[in-house]
Design a protein around this ligand. Structure first.
Ligand SMILES: [Zn+2]
Length: 348
């Protein structure tokens, strides 16, 4: 008889109540795969978006999402090299083709064939999951499983956006809106490590204090009518060199307004809306750049995990919930009722 496990599953897209806790068969690792006993899995906007409906092409149903995983290898398939049962690991969630011009150039985040573990195949919101052995990374030893689960997507994405794509340099200034978001909370820390001056925005006095605690030099409240003018004043009246926008249609106009001439806006995410009415002359008059960024490479993820292991990058955790409160976790994300990650604790 096959062993079973608990998994958070949805059989159709919809509101939070489509997510069910079900007892399903434990997956068996195939060639090149490892089975990971999941200790913790953080939620991302991706989990909410996929549950509501397919984001970029169809996803298989029923589906268990969950991209940010920390756990222990429990079984290995044939040819799963480099790992042993009992190794503590976290997950690089992107599976790329390896063959296209972008993969061959090492630009894996733009592989047109890429798939995501936890979107195109079952992810970590279950007691066990499968992953290609080559997608595993050793868990940073100094951090707990819960702390590690709070890192991969947000820290990798923030590094890719600010350091790789926007080429943020020491001495520059950066505006990071929505400081309570996972990528923003990592962006503040990474920008400080890069030697930049950070101006963040958020909505309450409590969240403003937390943003300062992460290292933001200045924090404005985006509920103030004149917050854009405040950002410009705080950057010495010239505007910032880089704006990191993860929000989308709601914030693009204002993020562009915060930029200095020659400024770069780096973007990843559009959950507030996908369409935006762009006033084109401001782009060429002020010589602005709009830069897309998507995910992170395996090596970028390994680098941010090393920084975390050295204590230079701090996981930011809003709350830890058990698997049976997965719908509550989705609610917290949907209502923006958090500062940092919501982590689901799955086993000890
Ligand atoms: Zn490719």
């Amino acid at each position: 008889m096959t062993d079973t496990m608990l998994a958070a599953v949805f059989h159709e897209h919809g509101e939070r109540d489509v997510i069910q806790l079900e007892r399903v068969a434990q997956p068996q690792p195939g060639a090149g795969e490892a089975r990971v006993k999941v200790h913790a899995c953080a939620l991302n906007w991706l989990d909410v978006g996929i549950r509501r409906g397919p984001q970029f092409g169809a996803v298989p149903l029923p589906l268990t999402t969950g991209v940010d995983v920390s756990g222990v290898i429990d079984a290995l398939g044939a040819d799963a090299r480099g790992w042993q049962v009992g190794d503590e690991v976290t997950l690089y969630s992107l599976i790329t083709c390896g063959d296209c011009e972008f993969c061959r150039a090492g630009e894996v985040t733009v592989c047109p064939e890429h798939q995501i573990i936890g979107e195109h195949m079952n992810g970590g919101l279950a007691e066990y999951m499968l992953a290609p052995a080559r997608n595993l990374i050793a868990k940073p030893k100094r951090l707990s499983h819960i702390e590690v689960a709070a890192l991969p997507v947000v820290a990798g994405t923030a590094w890719h956006m600010l350091i790789t794509v926007a080429r943020l340099a020491a001495g520059e200034s950066v505006f990071i809106p929505g400081a309570g978001g996972g990528v923003a909370s990592m962006g503040i820390q990474i920008a400080k490590l890069a030697g930049a001056t950070v101006i963040a925005s958020t909505s309450t006095a409590e969240k403003m204090a937390k943003a300062r605690d992460l290292g933001a030099d200045h924090v404005v409240n985006y509920r103030d009518d004149d917050w854009v003018e405040q950002v410009i004043a705080l950057s010495g009246g010239r505007g910032v060199d880089v704006a990191q926008d993860l929000v989308g249609a709601l914030t693009w106009a204002d993020s562009l307004r915060t930029l200095a001439r020659n400024g770069r806006m780096v973007v990843c995410g559009s959950h507030s809306g996908k369409q935006f009415d762009l006033r084109i002359p401001q782009i060429y008059h002020r010589q602005l750049s709009i830069l897309g960024a998507n995910g992170a490479s395996y090596n970028e993820l390994r680098r941010v995990l090393e920084l975390a292991d050295q204590g230079l990058l701090r996981p930011v955790i809003d709350r830890v919930l058990p698997l049976d409160q997965i719908r509550e976790g989705h609610r917290v994300l949907e209502e923006h009722d958090h500062f940092g990650k919501v982590v689901i604790k799955i086993s000890q």
